[in-house]
Design a binder for this molecule. Structure first.
Ligand code: ZN
Length: 241
């Protein structure tokens, strides 16, 4: 089977205007993510907000099996038309991996139908992630638990639909917990939300974090889907009385 083609999307604004973020990700968060996914063997391209059509033309999305999404300060700058295009491709089978503050991105909220709201605190605290679904493909090769020494806290309640599968749960030094690795199915597509990845921390250089995202790309990639015909009036397969 050929490896899934990945498009790594990033709004890439913090890196341009905040020196503390530029220090961690000098070439942008997308470049850091694309680097380890490329090293894992996936054909990877990147796309950013300020490119025409945010780099997500019909042609690019048609050649994308899995899209990863990082956004934070400029969710509102994403054109509704492009967000709808991403949503449509997910319903057709494209995998979507929503990272960290992407919980408020237009494509994610369109696909969830909820507010995506949560609690947060920037206090450089420790995050411990627990694998609570060890037989799930996204948990493959992970330790029972792992830590990030410094992260932003996200706390429950996280206003999303109850996940179809919950792979990871986070504990924070300040006492909160959070559903950190959530899976949903929408139409023919699979969606994974992965919590860590605040822009001022080197989270995407962490090998365990990279392993989760690599596993998620494999899981979210569309398989060979059976053909389904909608909106037609079928002849009965058995003789009806
Ligand atoms: Zn953040």
């Amino acid at each position: 089977m050929s490896l899934p083609r990945v498009t790594v999307w990033n709004e890439a604004r913090h890196e341009k205007i905040h020196p503390d973020v530029k220090a961690v990700y000098p070439d942008g968060i997308h470049t850091a993510i694309a680097a380890f996914l490329g090293k894992a063997g996936f054909p990877v391209r990147t796309a950013t907000l300020d490119e025409p059509e945010h780099g997500l033309t019909e042609a690019v999305l048609a050649e994308t099996d899995v899209l990863t999404w990082w956004g934070h300060m400029a969710h509102h700058d994403v054109q509704d038309e492009i967000a709808a295009r991403v949503q449509k491709r997910v319903l057709e089978g494209m995998g979507l991996i929503v990272l960290h503050s992407g919980h408020m991105s237009k494509p994610f909220l369109k696909l969830m139908g909820t507010s995506g709201a949560l609690k947060w605190r920037e206090a450089n605290e420790k995050e411990r992630l627990w694998v609570i679904h060890p037989s799930h493909p996204i948990a493959e090769g992970l330790p029972e638990h792992f830590e990030l020494p410094h992260e932003e806290m996200y706390g429950e309640h996280f206003d999303v639909p109850v996940p179809d599968d919950l792979v990871l749960v986070s504990w924070f030094q300040g006492g909160e917990v959070f559903r950190s690795g959530c899976c949903w199915h929408r139409g023919a597509g699979k969606i994974f939300y992965f919590r860590p990845g605040h822009e001022t921390f080197p989270t995407y250089y962490d090998p365990t974090i990279q392993q989760v995202i690599i596993n998620a790309v494999r899981w979210a990639a569309p398989g060979k889907l059976p053909e389904v015909t909608y909106w037609h009036k079928p002849e009965p397969l058995e003789k009806l009385d």
